[in-house]
Design a protein around this ligand. Structure first.
Ligand code: GDP
Ligand code: IMO
Ligand code: MG
Length: 458
């Protein structure tokens, strides 16, 4: 008997609450069940938050099953591994996950991020000027480019072999420095680079102490066992390198298909796809966002301001001015980047894009997060279509004119609610509306960041 993979993906622009959902699935539903959690793409650009007691943990490359002893965790072949960041992540959880070494596996086919690739990420952003993507600066673009270019990439299996590593790294470093000083005309701060390299070499040494596996073999073995297999997506569908809006995207395949190419699994291994969406929408970094509250003004604000710039702005969630309402929503949802601390742009739920994401991923069930953030709104707006476009054309999203429907809000608190029946009638109606419009059942509703602040609705 072969097990199937349950893929968990974000349906928006990331930060939907994937980390919380994985941690919930691992810890709550399956107390005694053994599981595998496998990350299949991205790298330390991701920030997956988990509330663990009074601790706020943010995972970047580590799979979100690390805090449960029953879960084995795989960093899959499609992931970019930043050894320094990974080591730090593990340091932070050693006390609450003493099983970490036994439960963590690293794919030998994954790609290792080198220090000069981070310089390349910054140099490319500078070169883009006003068209900059607003990357996380974690070398994601350059590392994937090098992988697909098949020249300047460092594979985990190469890093694990001391002799091979020395030779490969020297070649890659040399090649990157040529590009940095040539094309980008950058003078390299040798001292700074040497410091980064020292940390990097320590990081690579650390990688050598981890359990390494061939990804396809590991996945096959686990699928043949009695373990439940969760594949954890990073970023979100609308940041997909091909089907997101070019070029304001990340550099990997963020959809459920990415689980196949990132893990060495077959499409028929996928049994179900849980798509996660906020009850509203957010985006961090540049790019089109049709339902953004405050439009262009809000986009520019988020690109230039920091969290502390908003500290004294206590706008009401029912504020009539859309720009200010957007700030109020950000405050209510604490929409500040888990990885970079940047302001997340905020807006209403966009059903055409949600349906697009559901189709791309083959979503079989929906998880809605942050319902509690909408508490107190008199009216909730939802984009139900575009006046001038029947289906989203991702590369013309800036042109669309959203059509909104207003749904009644609720005044009661839903924070921490664990029962659908106990939700205010309007909140139930909101969930039913999403189900009706998308044709996909909402099986999980999150009502707070905590592990148990979740409604299971089977
Ligand atoms: P991920 O990247 O998809 O894992 O999401 P992030 O961790 O980057 O962002 C989600 C943020 O929302 C985190 O700070 C979570 O603690 C928080 N969060 C998750 N679910 C809920 C929820 O239902 N309500 C509230 N208020 N916060 C939530
Ligand atoms: P999680 O997994 C939100 C965004 C960046 C930028 C674009 C490209 O926490 O949901 P990159 O560094 O990948 O080259 O940046 O993608 N981005 C994310 N936004 N959540 C993420 O991850 C993101 N990872 C990348 O802000 O716009
Ligand atoms: Mg995140």
């Amino acid at each position: 008997m072969q097990n199937k993979i349950k893929v968990i993906v974000g349906l928006q622009w990331g930060d939907e609450g994937k980390g919380k959902f994985i941690d919930f699935l691992v810890s709550s539903e399956n107390k005694n069940k053994k599981l595998v959690v496998a990350r299949f793409q991205g790298g330390s650009n991701a920030g997956h938050s988990i509330e663990f007691g009074d601790r706020h943990i943010v995972f970047h490359a580590l799979p979100s099953g690390m805090l449960n002893e029953n879960a084995e965790n795989l960093i899959g072949a499609g992931v970019n591994v930043d050894a320094v960041s990974l080591q730090k992540e593990i340091e932070e959880i050693k006390d609450i996950a003493p099983w970490w070494r036994k439960n963590l596996y690293l794919s030998r086919e994954a790609t290792v991020v080198v220090p000069t690739a981070k310089l390349m990420d910054n140099a490319q952003e500078l070169e883009r000027g006003v068209k900059k993507i607003g990357t996380t600066g974690r070398a994601i673009g350059p590392t994937y480019s090098d992988f697909y270019g098949r020249t300047d990439d460092l594979a985990v299996y190469e890093a694990l072999d001391e002799d091979l590593f020395r030779k490969r790294y020297a070649e890659i470093r040399n090649s990157h420095l040529k590009i940095l000083s040539g094309r980008f005309d950058l003078s390299i701060d040798e001292k700074e680079l040497a410091e980064e390299e020292k940390k990097f070499f320590d990081g690579v040494e650390f990688l050598r102490g981890l359990q390494s596996v061939t990804c396809q073999g590991f996945v096959r073995e686990k699928l043949s066992s009695d373990k439940e297999f969760l594949a954890e997506g990073a970023q979100g569908t609308l940041l997909d390198v091909r089907f997101g809006s070019r070029r304001d995207v990340t550099s990997s395949y963020t959809t459920s298909a990415g689980a196949c190419v990132g893990l060495g699994a077959a499409p028929s291994d996928i049994g179900s796809v849980l798509g996660i969406s906020k009850a509203y929408a957010t985006r961090v970094g540049a790019g089109p966002f049709p339902t953004e509250l405050g439009g262009k003004e809000a986009e520019e604000w988020a690109a230039t301001k920091k969290k502390q710039d908003e500290a004294d702005l206590s706008y009401d969630i029912n504020e009539e001015n859309a720009f200010r309402q957007g700030i109020a929503l950000r405050n209510a949802g604490q929409e500040y980047g888990a990885t970079t601390g940047r302001l997340r742009r905020c807006g209403w739920l966009d059903l055409p894009l949600l349906k697009y994401a559901i189709e791309l991923n083959g979503v079989t069930e929906l998880g809605i997060t942050k319902l509690d953030v909408l508490d107190g709104l008199k009216e909730i707006e939802v984009c139900v279509g575009y006046e001038n476009m029947p289906r989203p054309d991702m590369n013309r999203l800036r042109e669309v004119r959203p059509v909104y429907k207003k749904l009644p809000g609720w005044q009661e608190s839903t924070r921490g609610c664990t029962s659908y029946e106990k939700l205010p009638k309007e909140a139930q109606e909101y969930i039913k509306f999403i189900e009706k419009e998308t044709g996909v059942p909402v099986t999980l509703i999150s009502t707070g960041p905590g592990r148990n602040e979740m409604i299971i609705r089977k």
